[in-house]
Write a protein that binds this ligand. Structure first.
Ligand code: BES
Ligand code: MG
Ligand code: ZN
Length: 505
């Protein structure tokens, strides 16, 4: 189809990429009568002119069904009408938008995701969506583009291990007011999608196929987009004094890696994004028990999110200078693994007593943060990590926890998160004294105090004078079922938030 944007993106030649048959978006100023279904929006209050016009073409059968079903346009509610008129398509799906003044980017993306899931489960493969019938707090072009974004995010699947991966998808025809503007807006969102998909695939991939080295190789694929990739092996880590990161990697044969991905779309002071990249967290000698160990392939989701963000910025050709620094290791048990009670020295200089090998994230981050500061002198440093179970107890899986003494940055990031359904909730720093050790400068586990906060306060030692934010995404990284723009598996949480923040600041 002419001018269609294929969501599979030729740009990802990654073996990980699993979108078998991607959703397709065509933008024009007309309805496509040949589609299997027509999608119209219906707001609470007075229906739009476009809706009323369509309704009359369908001999008022839309309002007739609305009355019988007592459909009132609540946000996210959908109603299917099978018309007996000659108007095509005969199948019409009415999407409730709630109050139109409240329809913003995040709301319309949710609707896109949920409509997509509905179309797939109803076996509808082509849909014509009438955007004249929707009004919101943002422009028509932004509404349409963000709707497409939500739909395509929901479309992504990780099914490479299935004998019969699902090929079901939808070809969309969007009837919009301003074609060019819509297409331009979607094109940026499409770049962000590719970053999200990379992060999701890296997170969903099983741990034996996503070792620190596999991750480094996946990062190298971004070189074709002009991203500079550096990989440091255990020997170099030792030479640079990065004893904490090196120690966590010691329990697995490959050892740790530091992976750096630098996209230099501008010459200003870089923004550093630091990611926790534990490709499997067994807990080490402080081994995890019970069900908690089963999902620990996703303990590299922070690294995946920051790499995905760099990919998004590179694809969007954003005028940003962004560097992702990722501390990669598998936290395993072996005769070479660190033992509880060991003392390691960080590159920063501080020594750390490892009282619990399961508090490994802060160890790899401490050296990654040091490297980011030392080599890039960033203006701002943001680390993203599946850091603590305590964070899940505090704010659950729908929010990520954010920590910083920088009120302005917290505000900016929280706002950005709201725009893209990646919500942040602030928790305090503090309880530093609980991290003091008898034999080293610090210990890696607070003796008392709230776990998410003591972990964040440990990291604060390694931020130095740099403006710094810590985002704990434990519980956000892996979804068990689809919802809104999320499909089951890795969620890519953080890519949309960071991309939104970078592009709007
Ligand atoms: N990777 C875990 C945190 C985590 C828990 C992520 C659940 C996602 C879901 C982290 O390395 C860890 O093991 N944290 C421990 C720290 C404890 C030993 C101080 C925890 O939170 O239980
Ligand atoms: Mg752990
Ligand atoms: Zn961990």
């Amino acid at each position: 189809m002419k001018n269609a944007i294929k969501a599979s993106a030729m740009a990802i030649a990654l073996s990980l990429s699993t979108q078998v048959n991607a959703a397709e978006f065509n933008f024009s100023t007309k309805i496509n009568n040949k589609a299997h279904a027509l999608v119209v929006f219906y707001s609470q209050g007075t229906p739009s002119e476009a809706f009323t016009k369509l309704d009359s073409q369908y001999n008022n059968q839309l309002t007739h069904t609305i009355d019988i079903k007592r459909f009132d346009g609540k946000f996210g509610e959908m109603l299917e009408v099978i018309s007996t008129t000659d108007s095509q398509p005969q199948q019409v799906i009415i999407v409730g938008t709630g109050k139109e003044q409240q329809l913003d980017k995040s709301a319309i993306a949710k609707l896109g995701g949920n409509l997509h899931a509905r179309l797939i489960s109803n076996d509808i493969t082509t849909a014509s969506v009438v955007f004249d019938s929707v009004k919101g707090a943002i422009s028509n072009a932004e509404l349409a583009a963000n709707f497409a974004h939500g739909a395509n995010l929901r479309d992504h699947r990780f099914e490479k291990y299935k004998q019969k991966p699902s090929t079901a998808t939808v070809s969309y025809h969007f009837d919009v007011e301003h074609v060019k503007q819509t297409r331009n807006t979607y094109s940026i969102l499409h770049s962000i999608e590719q970053g999200v998909f990379l992060a999701r695939d890296l997170t969903s991939e099983v741990a034996t196929q996503m070792t620190p080295l596999d991750f480094a190789n996946a990062a190298k694929e971004l070189e074709s987009l002009g991203v500079e990739i550096t990989v440091l092996a255990p020997k170099q880590l030792k030479e640079l004094g990065m004893g904490a990161l090196e120690a966590v990697g010691r329990g697995s044969e490959q050892g740790a890696r530091l992976v750096v991905a630098h996209y230099k779309g501008a010459n200003d002071t870089p923004i550093a994004l630091v990611g926790k990249g534990i490709t499997f967290d067994s807990g080490g000698y402080s081994i995890k028990t019970g069900a908690s160990i089963a999902r620990m392939k996703s303990d590299m989701a922070g690294a995946a999110a920051v790499l995905g963000t760099v990919k998004a910025m590179a694809l969007a050709k954003a005028d940003k200078n962004v560097v992702a620094v990722m501390g990669m290791a598998a936290n395993m048990v072996s005769q070479f693994a660190v033992a509880p009670g060991d003392v390691v020295r960080t590159a920063e200089g501080l020594s750390v007593e490892i009282v619990n090998t399961d508090a490994e994230g802060r160890l790899v981050l401490s050296d990654a943060m040091w490297y980011a500061r030392e080599h890039f002198k960033p203006e701002i440093m943001i680390d993203v990590a599946t850091l603590t179970g305590s964070k899940i107890k505090a704010v659950g899986n729908d929010y990520a926890a954010v920590f910083s003494k920088d009120d302005a940055l917290i505000k900016e990031l929280t706002f950005a998160g709201k725009q893209v359904n990646e919500n942040l909730w602030r928790l305090p720093l503090g309880y530093k004294s609980t991290l003091s050790s008898d034999i080293a400068d610090l210990k890696n586990l607070g003796s008392t105090g709230p776990g998410a906060t003591t972990a964040a306060s440990f990291l604060e030692h390694f931020a130095g004078e740099t403006r710094w934010v810590h985002i704990d995404i434990a519980g956000n990284a892996l979804a068990t079922k689809g919802k809104d723009e999320i499909s089951p598996g890795g969620t890519g949480f953080g890519v949309r938030l960071l991309s939104e923040w970078l592009l709007s600041n």
